[in-house]
Design a protein around this ligand. Structure first.
Ligand code: ARG
Length: 461
């Protein structure tokens, strides 16, 4: 038999195949509470504007509250034959309050309804993610304060470059996650216009008040164009784009944690309860949490591409294609929330091997720049010339099976008599990190200030 909600012009019911491809309730039931909030706001507004009677709206709203309770307590039964979450809620309303339920959909379409529901869902997801990121940044600031003066190797091309402080290295990730927060809040501001009132595509002839529903639902204002309102999913893309960028940042950090916890590096131990063993090799303690954070970025990127591909070439206004936004959105949100929590836990519980990091900070001739800078400063030669001298020195040492680390002043002077004791002193790692005290540099004093600044920015964003 034909669908009770829209079957008027149909002779027969949906085929099994249509039901299978059409039905979205198994995933869009996650919009149920937003859907009810939207319906309550819409019904109230209809009463206010005199479109519906106050008494019938009271009945409708009490029914909606009852459904809300059923959903919150998990006793609501979603039926896939009813297509989507909107139809499920409306059908239940019919059962609870009778024919008056049919008046709720006055001046509204599922097209503006699903747009407003999804916006509210993205807004909630944005706020949850923002709170998680705030926590992650706070842990980073805390660890940066613990390690503001501890040396580690700084790399370029994954080759030893110059010593840096661990606090500085961690705060680099803090800056990335702070930008992610900023991106989220920027997208949230842009998202906050209510599509309710756009109806199917063209607006409605009922004397509705979209400003009222917008404000009731926490939006700044209604959207300005009804065609755009029902076909815009930019706000989903914005969220998914930020999620993708954030996942990329987390995967870079996760990769470093994997490297750091390898026995070859031995820079850090991840908390034991976030690592896993091997079913064959008894000695193993693998960084599985970090590897999964590294890997899960892939699906977050994929979700973004999937939605871009769905939306590409869609003519105005609504097309059913747009229903395909939700699984990708939900998956991206679930994935990044999990990854931020995992990243926070790893950083909160990490044990750093400070002596190993410090020792390795000056491996690979990473003090070469310090020595070249010393020649420029004290022997008044040009940087290009000093670069050549120190390059030759490194080659000379290499031929003797040595490195700058551990070299004595006597050895230095035997290569070039201009190297006196002060030159040998700049090879010291603490000298190297303390000397890079330009704004944004790695010197401990700078790192301390940078940690305080990020903490403050994080609190005031
Ligand atoms: N469930 C749909 C979606 O997620 C909304 C339904 C709109 N249906 C329609 N026939 N216009 O986009």
């Amino acid at each position: 038999k034909a669908n009770p909600l829209w079957g008027g012009r149909f002779n027969e019911g949906a085929s099994e195949l249509l039901k299978e491809i059409n039905s979205s309730v198994h995933f869009d039931k996650r919009l149920a509470l937003q859907d009810i909030a939207g319906s309550i706001a819409h019904a109230e507004m209809l009463a206010f504007c005199g479109v519906l009677g106050v008494h019938e709206v009271k009945i409708i709203i009490s029914g909606l509250h009852k459904i809300k309770l059923e959903i919150e307590t998990g006793i609501f039964v979603f039926d896939s034959a009813l297509e989507d979450v909107h139809m499920n809620v409306e059908s239940r309303l019919h059962v609870i309050v009778g024919p008056v339920a049919g008046r709720l959909h006055t001046g509204r379409s599922r097209n503006d309804q699903v747009a407003v529901d999804t916006k509210m869902w993205v807004r909630d997801a944005t706020d949850r993610l923002d709170a998680l990121l705030y926590q992650l940044i706070e842990i980073i600031v805390e660890q940066a304060n613990n390690h503001y003066a501890h040396a580690m190797p700084g790399f370029t091309h994954m080759q030893c470059a110059q010593p840096v402080t661990l606090g500085h290295h961690l705060l680099a990730y803090g800056e990335m996650f702070f930008r992610d927060r900023d991106r989220l809040l920027d997208a949230r501001r842009r998202l906050n216009e209510s599509p309710l009132g756009a109806a199917a595509l063209a607006g409605t002839s009922y004397p509705i008040n979209p400003v009222q529903t917008a404000h009731t639902l926490g939006f700044d204002r209604p959207t300005r164009n009804s065609l755009d309102a029902v076909s815009d999913r930019d706000f989903v893309l914005d969220y998914m784009m930020t999620a993708a960028t954030m996942a990329m940042h987390m995967s870079r950090l996760a990769e470093e944690l994997v490297i750091w916890s390898s026995p070859q590096f031995d820079f850090a131990h991840l908390p034991e309860n976030l690592t896993a063993g091997s079913s064959i090799m008894p000695q193993k303690r693998n960084p599985d949490t970090a590897e999964l954070v590294r890997a899960k970025s892939g699906r977050v990127f994929g979700n973004l591409m999937a939605l871009l591909a769905v939306l590409k070439g869609l003519p105005l206004a609504y097309s059913r294609d747009m229903q395909e936004d939700k699984e990708a959105l939900f998956d991206s949100a679930d994935t990044v929330e999990l990854c931020v929590r995992a990243t926070t836990a790893m950083l909160a519980g990490i044990t750093i091997n400070l002596p190993k990091m410090k020792n390795d900070a000056t491996l690979g001739n990473s003090s070469a720049t310090d020595l070249a800078d010393w020649l420029v400063r004290e022997q008044k030669i040009s940087f290009r010339e000093s670069h050549g001298i120190v390059g030759n020195l490194v080659k000379w040492l290499e031929e003797r099976g040595k490195e700058l680390q551990g070299v004595t002043q006597i050895e230095l002077a035997s290569f070039d008599p201009r190297f006196d004791q002060r030159a040998a002193d700049v090879l010291n790692v603490n000298h190297a990190i303390a000397s890079r005290n330009s704004f944004g540099g790695t010197a401990p004093e700078r790192v301390k200030t940078a940690a305080a600044t990020l903490h403050q920015l994080n609190a005031s964003l």
